[in-house]
Design a protein around this ligand. Structure first.
Ligand SMILES: Nc1ncnc2c1ncn2[C@@H]1O[C@H](COP(=O)(O)OP(=O)(O)OP(=O)(O)O)[C@@H](O)[C@H]1O
Length: 218
Protein backbone atom coordinates (compact mmCIF):
# COMPACT_ATOMS: atom_id res chain seq x y z
CA UNK A 1 0.00 0.00 0.00
CA UNK A 2 1.34 3.44 -0.92
CA UNK A 3 -0.32 5.32 1.95
CA UNK A 4 -1.94 3.86 5.05
CA UNK A 5 -3.49 6.19 7.60
CA UNK A 6 -4.71 4.45 10.70
CA UNK A 7 -6.73 5.97 13.57
CA UNK A 8 -5.21 9.43 13.25
CA UNK A 9 -5.87 12.00 15.97
CA UNK A 10 -4.86 15.66 15.91
CA UNK A 11 -5.85 18.54 18.18
CA UNK A 12 -4.85 22.18 18.23
CA UNK A 13 -4.90 24.53 21.21
CA UNK A 14 -7.89 26.89 20.95
CA UNK A 15 -9.25 29.73 23.08
CA UNK A 16 -11.25 27.27 25.20
CA UNK A 17 -8.75 24.43 25.40
CA UNK A 18 -7.84 21.78 22.86
CA UNK A 19 -9.87 21.57 19.67
CA UNK A 20 -10.01 18.10 18.19
CA UNK A 21 -9.69 18.31 14.41
CA UNK A 22 -9.03 14.67 13.50
CA UNK A 23 -10.66 12.09 15.74
CA UNK A 24 -9.77 8.67 14.40
CA UNK A 25 -9.25 9.08 10.66
CA UNK A 26 -8.31 5.98 8.68
CA UNK A 27 -7.82 5.58 4.94
CA UNK A 28 -5.71 3.73 2.42
CA UNK A 29 -4.44 4.77 -0.98
CA UNK A 30 -2.79 2.37 -3.39
CA UNK A 31 -0.30 3.32 -6.10
CA UNK A 32 -2.19 4.50 -9.17
CA UNK A 33 -5.29 5.46 -7.18
CA UNK A 34 -6.78 8.94 -7.09
CA UNK A 35 -8.85 10.13 -4.15
CA UNK A 36 -10.74 13.36 -3.57
CA UNK A 37 -10.70 14.69 -0.01
CA UNK A 38 -13.85 16.68 0.66
CA UNK A 39 -15.48 18.22 3.71
CA UNK A 40 -16.70 21.55 5.02
CA UNK A 41 -14.32 24.41 5.66
CA UNK A 42 -12.46 23.69 8.90
CA UNK A 43 -13.14 19.93 8.78
CA UNK A 44 -9.42 19.18 8.80
CA UNK A 45 -8.61 18.48 5.14
CA UNK A 46 -5.39 20.51 5.07
CA UNK A 47 -4.39 19.10 8.45
CA UNK A 48 -4.79 15.56 7.12
CA UNK A 49 -2.83 16.39 3.97
CA UNK A 50 0.04 17.85 6.02
CA UNK A 51 0.16 14.76 8.21
CA UNK A 52 0.02 12.42 5.20
CA UNK A 53 3.04 14.20 3.71
CA UNK A 54 5.08 14.09 6.93
CA UNK A 55 4.96 17.89 7.24
CA UNK A 56 3.52 17.60 10.74
CA UNK A 57 3.10 14.79 13.28
CA UNK A 58 -0.19 13.41 14.66
CA UNK A 59 -1.00 13.21 18.37
CA UNK A 60 -1.90 9.58 17.91
CA UNK A 61 -2.30 7.10 15.08
CA UNK A 62 -0.09 5.70 12.35
CA UNK A 63 0.99 6.92 8.92
CA UNK A 64 2.76 4.47 6.65
CA UNK A 65 4.19 6.06 3.54
CA UNK A 66 5.61 3.64 0.97
CA UNK A 67 6.07 1.16 3.81
CA UNK A 68 7.82 3.62 6.13
CA UNK A 69 6.31 4.61 9.48
CA UNK A 70 6.51 8.42 9.38
CA UNK A 71 6.40 8.74 13.20
CA UNK A 72 9.54 6.60 13.46
CA UNK A 73 11.61 9.09 11.45
CA UNK A 74 13.55 12.06 12.78
CA UNK A 75 13.34 15.48 11.08
CA UNK A 76 16.02 14.53 8.56
CA UNK A 77 14.35 11.26 7.72
CA UNK A 78 11.01 12.98 7.20
CA UNK A 79 12.63 15.65 5.03
CA UNK A 80 14.19 12.92 2.90
CA UNK A 81 10.88 11.10 2.55
CA UNK A 82 9.19 14.34 1.48
CA UNK A 83 11.92 15.01 -1.07
CA UNK A 84 12.02 11.53 -2.55
CA UNK A 85 8.51 10.11 -2.24
CA UNK A 86 6.01 12.94 -1.88
CA UNK A 87 5.08 15.83 -4.13
CA UNK A 88 2.87 18.58 -2.75
CA UNK A 89 0.89 21.25 -4.57
CA UNK A 90 -0.48 23.82 -2.19
CA UNK A 91 -2.68 26.84 -2.77
CA UNK A 92 0.33 29.10 -2.32
CA UNK A 93 2.51 28.15 -5.26
CA UNK A 94 5.86 28.78 -3.52
CA UNK A 95 7.63 29.31 -6.82
CA UNK A 96 11.21 30.55 -6.57
CA UNK A 97 11.18 34.19 -7.74
CA UNK A 98 14.84 34.25 -8.82
CA UNK A 99 14.48 31.22 -11.11
CA UNK A 100 12.79 31.23 -14.50
CA UNK A 101 9.89 28.90 -15.28
CA UNK A 102 12.12 26.18 -16.76
CA UNK A 103 14.37 26.16 -13.69
CA UNK A 104 11.39 26.23 -11.34
CA UNK A 105 9.94 23.17 -13.06
CA UNK A 106 13.27 21.32 -12.84
CA UNK A 107 13.99 22.35 -9.24
CA UNK A 108 12.27 19.59 -7.28
CA UNK A 109 13.32 16.87 -9.69
CA UNK A 110 16.94 17.96 -9.21
CA UNK A 111 16.52 17.86 -5.42
CA UNK A 112 15.12 14.35 -5.67
CA UNK A 113 18.00 13.33 -7.96
CA UNK A 114 15.60 12.53 -10.78
CA UNK A 115 16.00 15.39 -13.23
CA UNK A 116 14.92 14.46 -16.75
CA UNK A 117 15.10 17.36 -19.21
CA UNK A 118 12.87 15.69 -21.82
CA UNK A 119 10.17 14.96 -19.22
CA UNK A 120 10.31 18.57 -17.99
CA UNK A 121 9.91 19.88 -21.54
CA UNK A 122 7.04 17.47 -22.18
CA UNK A 123 5.29 18.58 -18.96
CA UNK A 124 5.78 22.25 -19.76
CA UNK A 125 4.33 21.76 -23.23
CA UNK A 126 1.32 19.84 -21.96
CA UNK A 127 0.69 22.47 -19.28
CA UNK A 128 0.72 25.16 -21.98
CA UNK A 129 3.93 26.69 -20.65
CA UNK A 130 6.28 26.05 -23.56
CA UNK A 131 6.37 29.73 -24.56
CA UNK A 132 6.98 30.89 -20.99
CA UNK A 133 10.03 28.85 -19.97
CA UNK A 134 12.35 31.88 -19.90
CA UNK A 135 9.98 34.07 -17.91
CA UNK A 136 10.06 34.67 -14.17
CA UNK A 137 7.13 33.83 -11.87
CA UNK A 138 6.20 37.52 -11.41
CA UNK A 139 5.69 37.80 -15.18
CA UNK A 140 3.00 35.09 -15.15
CA UNK A 141 -0.71 35.17 -14.38
CA UNK A 142 -2.00 33.36 -11.28
CA UNK A 143 -3.28 30.50 -13.40
CA UNK A 144 0.05 30.14 -15.20
CA UNK A 145 1.91 30.15 -11.87
CA UNK A 146 -0.39 27.43 -10.65
CA UNK A 147 0.40 25.30 -13.70
CA UNK A 148 4.15 25.82 -13.10
CA UNK A 149 3.66 24.63 -9.50
CA UNK A 150 1.84 21.51 -10.70
CA UNK A 151 4.45 20.80 -13.40
CA UNK A 152 7.25 21.25 -10.85
CA UNK A 153 5.67 18.66 -8.57
CA UNK A 154 5.08 16.13 -11.33
CA UNK A 155 8.57 16.66 -12.81
CA UNK A 156 10.08 14.86 -9.82
CA UNK A 157 7.86 11.81 -10.46
CA UNK A 158 6.74 11.49 -6.84
CA UNK A 159 5.10 8.22 -5.76
CA UNK A 160 2.45 10.21 -3.89
CA UNK A 161 1.02 13.55 -4.98
CA UNK A 162 -0.76 15.57 -2.30
CA UNK A 163 -2.67 18.53 -3.62
CA UNK A 164 -4.68 21.19 -1.77
CA UNK A 165 -7.18 22.80 -4.16
CA UNK A 166 -4.53 22.83 -6.90
CA UNK A 167 -6.88 24.34 -9.43
CA UNK A 168 -8.49 26.84 -7.06
CA UNK A 169 -7.10 29.84 -8.94
CA UNK A 170 -8.31 28.73 -12.33
CA UNK A 171 -11.66 29.29 -13.98
CA UNK A 172 -13.98 26.24 -14.17
CA UNK A 173 -13.03 25.26 -17.71
CA UNK A 174 -9.26 25.63 -17.20
CA UNK A 175 -9.54 23.91 -13.79
CA UNK A 176 -11.25 20.92 -15.38
CA UNK A 177 -8.66 20.63 -18.15
CA UNK A 178 -5.72 21.02 -15.75
CA UNK A 179 -7.21 18.36 -13.48
CA UNK A 180 -7.73 16.06 -16.46
CA UNK A 181 -4.08 16.54 -17.37
CA UNK A 182 -3.00 15.94 -13.77
CA UNK A 183 -5.00 12.70 -13.67
CA UNK A 184 -3.47 11.63 -16.99
CA UNK A 185 0.08 12.40 -15.84
CA UNK A 186 -0.44 10.75 -12.47
CA UNK A 187 -1.85 7.66 -14.20
CA UNK A 188 1.13 7.57 -16.58
CA UNK A 189 3.60 7.66 -13.72
CA UNK A 190 1.64 5.19 -11.54
CA UNK A 191 1.58 7.67 -8.65
CA UNK A 192 -1.19 7.98 -6.08
CA UNK A 193 -3.07 11.26 -5.79
CA UNK A 194 -4.87 12.62 -2.74
CA UNK A 195 -6.48 15.93 -3.57
CA UNK A 196 -8.50 18.37 -1.49
CA UNK A 197 -11.28 19.98 -3.44
CA UNK A 198 -14.48 21.91 -2.79
CA UNK A 199 -15.70 21.20 -6.30
CA UNK A 200 -18.26 18.41 -6.73
CA UNK A 201 -17.38 18.24 -10.38
CA UNK A 202 -13.67 17.71 -9.75
CA UNK A 203 -14.36 15.24 -6.93
CA UNK A 204 -16.55 13.23 -9.28
CA UNK A 205 -13.64 12.94 -11.75
CA UNK A 206 -11.45 11.19 -9.17
CA UNK A 207 -11.40 7.46 -8.57
CA UNK A 208 -12.51 7.53 -4.92
CA UNK A 209 -13.64 10.02 -2.35
CA UNK A 210 -13.06 10.47 1.39
CA UNK A 211 -15.42 12.91 3.08
CA UNK A 212 -14.27 14.40 6.39
CA UNK A 213 -16.93 15.24 8.95
CA UNK A 214 -16.72 15.50 12.75
CA UNK A 215 -13.08 14.45 12.70
CA UNK A 216 -13.64 11.23 10.79
CA UNK A 217 -13.95 9.90 7.28
CA UNK A 218 -17.70 9.53 6.83
N1 LIG B 1 -1.56 25.30 13.28
C1 LIG B 1 -2.80 25.41 13.79
N2 LIG B 1 -3.01 25.88 15.04
C2 LIG B 1 -4.24 25.95 15.56
N3 LIG B 1 -5.36 25.58 14.90
C3 LIG B 1 -5.22 25.11 13.65
C4 LIG B 1 -3.94 25.01 13.02
N4 LIG B 1 -4.11 24.48 11.77
C5 LIG B 1 -5.45 24.30 11.63
N5 LIG B 1 -6.11 24.67 12.75
C6 LIG B 1 -7.56 24.56 12.97
O1 LIG B 1 -7.95 23.24 12.65
C7 LIG B 1 -9.19 23.23 11.97
C8 LIG B 1 -9.05 22.50 10.64
O2 LIG B 1 -8.25 23.28 9.76
P1 LIG B 1 -7.88 22.79 8.29
O3 LIG B 1 -7.12 23.89 7.66
O4 LIG B 1 -7.26 21.46 8.38
O5 LIG B 1 -9.34 22.66 7.65
P2 LIG B 1 -9.78 22.54 6.11
O6 LIG B 1 -10.82 21.48 6.06
O7 LIG B 1 -8.57 22.35 5.26
O8 LIG B 1 -10.43 23.96 5.87
P3 LIG B 1 -10.57 24.85 4.51
O9 LIG B 1 -11.47 24.06 3.60
O10 LIG B 1 -11.21 26.09 5.01
O11 LIG B 1 -9.19 25.06 3.97
C9 LIG B 1 -9.64 24.68 11.86
O12 LIG B 1 -10.55 24.92 12.89
C10 LIG B 1 -8.36 25.46 12.04
O13 LIG B 1 -8.62 26.70 12.64
Amino acid sequence: MLLTIDDLHKSYPGAEGLVTVLDGVSLELAAGETMALTGESGSGKSTLLHLAGGLDLPDRGRILLAGTDVAGLDDRGRARLRREVVGVVFQQFNLIPSLDVGANIAFQARLAGRHDAAWCRDLAARMGLADHLGKYPEQLSGGQQQRVAIARTLAARPALVLADEPTGNLDEVTAASVLELMLELVAESGAGLLMVTHSERLAAAMGRRAHLARGRVA
